[in-house]
Design a protein around this ligand. Structure first.
Ligand SMILES: *Cc1c(COP(=O)(O)O)cnc(C)c1O
Length: 387
């Protein structure tokens, strides 16, 4: 049998348009934040719609940090985050000297539960960070109602949610305070590294813009193109260095143009997995239940049932032997030494996230996957589960 090439767990989908635009940035003489970043921001805001503004940053982590700072999270505050997420969601809270209050998740969607948020609220709670796991929206109506009732801010970690509709509205347009998207290499669209902060709130946008670039009141490109003297600027706060370079925005401009085509491809792949894995001892990913909601299919997370007769760890090793890369989403925060030890978190307090982690495998799903690639994944899963 001919040796088959290893099928990775994720692959970016970069075309000639992206390559030419990056080359154009390189040849233009302007490689940092400039005209391509402005265009990417304008295009992104137009895509999300509903009058939002968009600010490009060099990662979603940076964007989440800016967002929390802009909504007023301060030292000693508490911010409620789900355990079933990437560590970035919680670490940005610590950047500001505030504390993540880590809660368990819903057993079907792995999203943060409104009831768990309610129980976690104290006099110190300042904000809630819903994470739309895998690309399926959280119960945002209930979360927004709780935030209103208690005067809390909402910063959505939408790293998986490009594009996700919730009851007919795109994530980014809901009545939260700020939404942050990720363009990391394995996300549904990529700029290599990058992120976008989206909000309808002018004050939040203004604050994020200033803090994105050292707390300077005018950015370098404004200074370069403005009629007033280019050398003058004022520093109004000790800001950060989180701006997106034009070399990255150049990729983003074309990835965004393809995002609906990418989504269609992801939906097709997910539907085929659903159909061809349905008879196996697996719990397949949750589907949206409300009208007007969709799944962005950033990830295709399955869980092995006990009757599968194979542990998650062995399953991943055997898949790799069959030439297929899998991953795990997520090792919950309460299992990571920094959060577990720092906040004395016990596994018993997170029964859903803990059990989900032990059984979860993320199968490869990406737009460059061919029918044959997907057939190999399905055949390997069926072989390991004895079908
Ligand atoms: C990828 C990811 C992030 C971080 O995104 P970066 O752009 O790499 O900073 C944050 N939250 C979640 C849930 C993620 O999956």
């Amino acid at each position: 049998m001919a040796e088959q090439k290893f099928l990775p767990f994720a692959l970016p989908d970069i075309g000639e348009d992206e390559i030419n635009e990056v080359v154009d940035a390189l040849r233009s003489g302007w490689v940092t934040t400039g005209p391509k970043t402005k265009q990417f921001e304008a295009d992104f805001a137009a895509f999300i719609g509903d009058g939002v503004e968009a600010i490009a940053v060099n990662s979603a982590t940076a964007g989440l940090h800016l967002a929390l700072e802009a909504v007023g999270v301060k030292e000693g505050d508490e911010v409620i985050v789900p355990s079933y997420t990437f560590t970035a969601t919680a670490e940005v809270v610590r950047y500001l000297g505030a504390h993540p209050v880590i809660v368990d998740v819903d057993p079907v969607t792995f999203n943060i539960r409104p009831e768990a948020i309610r129980v976690a609220i104290t006099a110190k709670t300042r904000a809630i960070m819903p994470v739309h796991f895998a690309g399926l929206a959280c119960d945002m109506d209930a979360i927004i109602a709780i935030a209103r009732e208690h005067g809390l801010k909402i910063v959505e970690d939408a790293a998986h949610a490009m594009p996700t509709y919730y009851k007919g509205k795109l994530i980014g347009t809901l009545d939260s305070d700020v939404t942050v998207f990720s363009f990391y290499a394995n996300k549904t669209m990529t700029t290599g590294e990058g992120g976008m902060v989206v909000s309808k709130n002018k004050d939040i946008i203004a604050r994020c813009k200033v803090m994105r670039l050292h707390g300077i009141s005018r950015d370098a490109f404004d200074r370069y193109t403005s009629k007033t003297p280019a050398w003058y600027y004022e520093v109004v706060a000790p800001g950060y260095k989180y701006n997106m370079p034009d070399t990255a925005a150049a990729m983003g401009i074309h990835q965004l143009k393809k995002i609906n085509a990418f989504l269609k491809k992801r939906e097709t792949l997910a539907a085929r997995f659903d159909a061809e894995l349905a008879d196996l001892p697996l719990i397949l990913p949750a589907r949206p239940t409300e009208a007007g909601s969709n799944h962005a299919w950033h990830l295709y997370p399955v869980r092995l049932k006990p009757e599968a007769g194979i542990s998650r760890d062995d399953f991943i090793v055997r898949m790799a032997e069959l030439g297929i890369g899998c991953s795990v989403h997520f090792i919950p925060l309460h299992r990571q030494p920094v959060w577990r030890d720092g906040y004395s978190l016990k596994r018993e307090s997170f029964p859903v996230a803990d059990a989900a982690f032990e059984a979860e495998v993320t199968l490869p799903l990406y737009t460059r996957m061919t029918d044959d690639d997907q057939s190999r994944v399905i055949a390997a899963v069926r072989q390991l589960l004895g079908k």
